[in-house]
Design a protein around this ligand. Structure first.
Ligand code: EPS
Length: 351
């Protein structure tokens, strides 16, 4: 069982987003300001839409932290949706408020509408849109910011960058691509890279399929809306020779060293002491202002997809989300290896 476990709840235009994190040992500093700065990073990036002008995401911690430190009990995080003020009736939990305002029935290709409506037997596709929206990644970033603060106590740090947006590979090209796509009512995806440094050797394991760190990271990153591929280390491995790809091992000053890191910090499903390098590709956002052809679920006629306010591109935000998701995996593996009930206990074992 995982030690650092969390569940999130909340709809895109519901009252709030919530997470409960279990398994955080006592004695760790938790700075709300840091969580908020991560939330701000997620809201940014060129190509974001109208929603980000409404929200200024901030977290409230309602349990598990006292006087700035964790006390070992479950941590509850809450982010209010400011936009809820405009959706109170439409997103009401009460049967008395039932309305068809903002209901829609034309599936957005590429989104969860079609499969979700069949799976959950919902006729109003809003019932699927609300939870499948990437809005929920806000609370995931808040959880990741707690994980990052635990890792930071042991000097483990993460960062990310955008490698590509559409065909663009420089910042200027990113902006041009996004401007053109926006003008055409279209959307864009891209490629991101996340790096984590200063990891101890031996997080994850080779002994069982569901304990391999690369497998866990791939699942965590793939679960972010719109991610279509995840790779660890050199993405060109499949076309390289063994003699070129594998990172030869040397000893210098009595220490094991490598001159390359094609493995991306993971060998045999375990950290090997090198930086973890994860690359992921995001598809273009499926909600298009210039709608795609689709079918209306109420009468099976050919129509155009529903358009709901959306972003042209959210690749920069996605990089921040991926950093957060990986932090959660790393902290769980860290606690499995060095775990204890308090920072003091863990520090002794880590040292
Ligand atoms: C998002 C909030 C959403 C979308 C976007 C991401 O808010 P709204 O639907 O009110 O504009 O802007 O999500 C999608 C476009 C999607 O298809 O999931 C956010 O907070 O990141």
């Amino acid at each position: 069982m995982n030690i650092f476990r969390f569940l999130t709840a909340g709809e895109s235009h519901g009252k709030c987003l919530t997470a409960i994190i279990d398994g955080v040992p006592a004695g760790f500093n938790i700075d709300t300001g840091f969580i908020n700065s991560e939330l701000k990073r997620r809201q940014g990036g060129y190509g974001r839409g109208g929603r980000m002008k409404i929200e200024s995401d901030t977290v409230e911690i309602t349990s598990g932290v006292r006087f700035g430190k964790t006390i070992g009990s479950p941590i509850t995080l809450v982010i209010q949706n400011k936009d809820f003020a405009n959706w109170e009736k439409i997103m009401s939990t009460s049967a008395e408020d039932c309305t068809s305002e903002k209901s829609f029935t034309s599936y957005r290709p590429g989104h969860a509408d079609y499969a979700g409506s069949i799976k959950y037997n919902r006729h109003d596709l809003r019932d699927i849109l609300e939870r499948s929206s990437a809005r929920k990644t806000a609370i995931e970033v808040a959880v990741g910011a707690v994980a990052k603060q635990i890792l930071a106590q042991f000097n483990i740090t993460g960062s990310s960058q955008v490698l590509q947006i559409g065909q663009g590979k420089t910042e200027q090209e990113f902006h041009n691509e996004i401007d053109i796509a926006k003008e055409q009512g279209d959307t864009l995806g891209g490629k991101i890279q996340i790096t984590y440094k200063n990891l101890p050797i031996g997080l994850g394991s080779h002994v069982q399929w569901d304990r391999t760190l690369d497998g866990l990271i791939a699942q965590a990153v793939m679960s972010i809306p719109a991610i279509k591929s995840v790779s660890i280390g050199n993405e060109n491995a499949y076309q390289m020779r063994g003699s070129e790809f594998h990172d030869e091992i040397f000893v210098e000053n009595n220490k094991i060293t490598r001159k390359t890191n094609n493995a991306g910090g993971i060998e045999g499903g375990m950290t090997n002491g090198e930086d973890i390098v994860v690359t992921a590709c995001m598809k273009p956002i499926p909600t298009l202002r210039k709608p795609l052809k689709t079918v209306d679920s109420k009468d099976m006629t050919q129509t155009e997809a529903h358009f709901e306010r959306s972003d042209t591109c959210a690749v920069e935000a996605c990089a921040v989300v991926a950093e957060a998701r990986i932090a959660c995996i790393l902290v769980d593996e860290f606690l499995k290896k060095f775990g204890g009930d308090s920072l003091t206990e863990i520090t002794q074992r880590f040292n």
